[in-house]
Ligand binder design. Structure first.
Ligand SMILES: Cc1cc2nc3c(=O)[nH]c(=O)nc-3n(C[C@H](O)[C@H](O)[C@H](O)COP(=O)(O)OP(=O)(O)OC[C@H]3O[C@@H](n4cnc5c(N)ncnc54)[C@H](O)[C@@H]3O)c2cc1C
Length: 351
């Protein structure tokens, strides 16, 4: 430390180069019957909220040239912007070439929850208008931009595993309905927290991710291979997650679910799902939250309790158990083994 006082950086002025009809939240606002007028739409956008009080005249002390406070300002439409390094938010289709400092934007619930000083431009995927849920004879396609609330409301009597597993996983968020109305399934996978319940759900149901490059090239990766570590995915560079496909074969049977955390409504310390498909003796056990990445164990025939325990021990080396403020590795391992045994017993007991 030199002992010298550092000058505060000059406040930056951020401009939203964004037509009102392209604002994230517009789709949600319209679905909820809100008028599409700019002011209404801006009120729906978490990062562009106006402070309480009447609109400020454009030539007052709060115009973009004279920011209200360091790092916060109004753009030319009067929107209040408090992202300190973001110079531009643009629709994904209009963004052009990938630039250093770019990031894909979905619901923004992670992006706007903590500082992102390395980012300067957000490319909004929600402007692309992908249908949230597409049912086919071979399975269910979930658009990356499908919100948690949209998925939670999905019903498919022909696929019994969806009820209650989808709801159980949507409820496993440490988040209220306000977050669930905005957060997306793809955003959850791409954030790649071990406690990502959409990772748990789609991994448990043998999901496949479709990844797309800016030149339109596509590749498919199993969800169990998409999240490779805490906060790390299989995405390369500017690639984005387009959709997650759940094959019908994985939706036909029964499931059992266990989730535990240090305190009620806390972030998951262990989330385990077991599955048996219709007409099959195979047992699929998917372990998430307690491990740094999803771990899936497949048994060709329904296993004995000792086999399940041995398989968990064999598959998960010591350094794969998650270690953070939400639980010590030894406790997570204990929870996981307990849940795995309970799930096996539950599925054995239910015809
Ligand atoms: C109160 C609160 C509670 C939360 N609880 C949980 C929890 O229990 N478990 C949990 O896992 N998370 C939790 N989160 C974090 C976050 O809300 C979720 O992970 C959410 O699903 C992120 O989705 P999003 O659409 O908001 O993503 P964004 O915030 O828009 O994006 C998240 C990240 O993914 C990238 N991204 C988004 N979509 C794509 C895509 N299609 N292709 C490529 N990259 C993409 C973004 O660039 C960014 O890096 C919580 C957040 C809050 C504020």
């Amino acid at each position: 430390m030199s002992g010298e006082t550092e000058a505060s950086p000059a406040p930056r002025h951020h401009t939203l180069r964004y037509p009102a009809t392209r604002l994230p939240g517009v789709g949600a606002a319209q679905r909820h019957g809100a008028a599409a007028a700019t002011a209404t739409v801006l009120d729906e956008v978490p990062w562009a909220r106006r402070p309480p009080g009447p609109p400020t005249p454009p030539d007052s002390a709060t115009t973009p040239d004279r920011p209200l406070e360091s790092g916060c300002s109004y753009d030319e439409t009067g929107a209040f912007v408090d992202l300190h390094t973001i110079d531009e938010v643009t629709g994904a289709a209009e963004a052009g070439a990938w630039r250093s400092g770019d990031a894909w934007l979905a619901g923004g619930t992670f992006l706007f929850s903590e500082p992102q000083p390395h980012l300067s431009r957000l490319r909004d995927l929600t402007t692309l208008g992908w249908p949230a849920l597409t049912v086919g004879s071979d399975g269910l396609e979930i658009a990356a931009t499908c919100t948690i609330a949209e998925l939670a409301g999905f019903a498919a009597p022909q696929w019994p595993v969806c009820d209650p597993l989808i709801r159980q996983c949507c409820d496993a968020f440490l988040a209220s309905f306000k977050i669930q109305n905005v957060a997306t399934v793809g955003g959850n996978l791409c954030t790649a927290l071990p406690a990502g319940p959409m990772t748990s759900l789609t991994a448990a149901l043998d999901g496949w991710c479709t990844l797309e490059s800016l030149d339109g090239t596509r590749r498919r990766v199993a969800v169990t291979d998409f999240v490779v570590d805490d906060g790390v995915t299989a995405l390369h560079g500017s690639e984005y997650l387009r959709a997650i496909f759940l094959p019908a074969t994985a939706l036909t049977g029964r499931s059992a679910f266990r989730q535990g955390s240090l305190h009620a409504l806390g972030r998951s310390a262990a989330l385990v799902v077991g599955r048996i498909d219709a007409g099959s003796e195979a047992f699929v056990l998917t372990i998430t939250a307690s491990t740094r990445r999803p771990v899936q164990l497949r048994f060709a025939r329904f296993p004995r309790a000792a086999e399940v325990r041995a398989a968990v021990d064999d598959a998960i080396p010591g350094d794969l158990w998650m270690d953070d403020v939400h639980g010590l590795p030894a406790w997570r391992r204990h929870l996981t083994e307990t849940f795995a045994a309970e799930i096996r017993d539950e599925l054995e007991a239910r015809p």
